[in-house]
Write a protein that binds this ligand. Structure first.
Ligand code: ATP
Ligand code: LTN
Length: 332
């Protein structure tokens, strides 16, 4: 019997800072586990990152750190294509073409655009607005079947599907129409300081988020300070945003169900629970921090990894680019 073709996975993360526990649980942790079953490509979305002003020197260092972080989180460059977006010119090229198939009205409805333009009112640039066309290009270039992301990217994925369908409707079957792959537990980890807000790399309050390189004692301390409510029951219920968030995190790192967690902590206070969550997270992240130090100390291997990744990615992307150019009517 003919073997079924492996599905293609593509995802990305912006090198805007050290990854948070939210990035890890919502996205990157799943990327590593998908490597054996699928053809995977993972990228650092540095073109997306400059929609917010970056200091060039710090940005370069940050991108290298994020590359080491991806490897520390278990991405294996032998199994997956690990690359830096700006090193594969086809992303910017296809992004332009797709922006001509994306409507102004569609882009204006994107909640991430509305949030980010409110937060950076002094720099509401065109790139921030057309960000989703670039993300569609990232995905469609590789003919991805599945895109593992957190819940905040759902709207961008739906727009990607709409763009792909529109393009295919005009020119025939050019793009694979991708599906999102959003985890059942942990798709939206909330801030520890304000559990109604998403945990985000670019939050100014260091107590709001756990960086995946935080030391164990810092992690435990941040969880002890996490904002909760004034009753005493460890159970998942509407209105208990802080506890719901801690239970989600605990469930994601231990594999326990919410009911099991409630049963385990029945009659015990929030103090005990917060300590348990902090310790479980610290244990989960310990090997990542240790591996990160190793990858960072070997710059030559890091460089070889992203150069090789870019070459492989460019070869895959070029196949789609040729098809697109031909369909649109460019002279080849
Ligand atoms: P920034 O603060 O710079 O906008 P970010 O922390 O939101 O960054 P991204 O690089 O935009 O991170 O996202 C990388 C991946 O992490 C995406 O798949 C996104 O859905 C996921 N992600 C981000 N924040 C969370 C969160 N709080 N919970 C779950 N997943 C998340
Ligand atoms: N916009 C995404 C990062 C991103 C991405 C992608 C994710 C850029 N290109 C392609 C999946 C597929 C974000 O997390 N903010």
């Amino acid at each position: 019997m003919e073997q079924q073709k492996k599905k293609v996975i593509l995802s990305g993360i912006q090198p805007t800072g050290i990854f948070t526990l939210g990035n890890y649980i919502g996205a990157v942790k799943n990327w590593a586990t998908m490597q054996d079953e699928f053809h995977c490509a993972y990228m650092l979305a540095d073109l997306h990152a400059i929609t917010v002003r970056q200091d060039p020197k710090a940005f370069r260092e940050q991108t290298l750190s994020c590359c080491a972080l991806l490897l520390a989180c278990g991405l294996d460059p032998e199994k997956s294509v690990v690359f830096i977006q700006s090193q594969v010119p086809a992303h910017a090229e296809l992004s332009w073409i797709l922006s001509c198939y994306t409507q102004f009205g569609e882009l204006s409805r994107m909640t991430q655009f509305k949030d980010k333009s409110a937060r950076h009112a002094d720099n509401v640039n065109a790139g921030l607005f057309t960000y989703p066309s670039l993300m569609a290009a990232d995905i469609l270039l590789y003919q991805a079947d599945l895109v593992p992301v957190g819940a905040d990217q759902k709207q961008h994925l739906e727009l990607t599907r709409d763009i792909a369908n529109r393009f295919n409707g005009i020119y025939g079957n050019v793009f694979k129409v991708p599906d999102g792959y959003i985890p059942k537990v942990g798709a939206r980890i909330m801030s520890l300081a304000d559990p109604t807000k998403k945990m985000s790399k670019s939050d100014d309050n260091p107590n709001a988020c756990i960086s995946i390189l935080d030391k164990p004692e810092v992690i435990v301390k941040k969880f002890k300070r996490a904002v909760t409510d004034s009753d005493m029951e460890v159970c998942y219920r509407e209105g208990k945003d802080g506890i719901n968030n801690l239970m989600t995190i605990y469930s994601a790192v231990t594999g326990l169900t919410l009911d099991q967690i409630t049963a385990d902590f029945a009659g015990r206070g929030y103090g005990d629970f917060k300590t348990a969550v902090g310790e479980a997270v610290a244990e989960e992240l310990r090997p990542i921090r240790e591996a990160y130090d190793r990858f960072m100390s070997d710059r030559a291997s890091l460089e070889a990894c992203y150069h090789q990744g870019a070459e492989r990615a460019a070869r895959l992307a070029e196949r789609t680019m040729q098809k697109v150019k031909k369909k649109v009517g460019f002279i080849l």
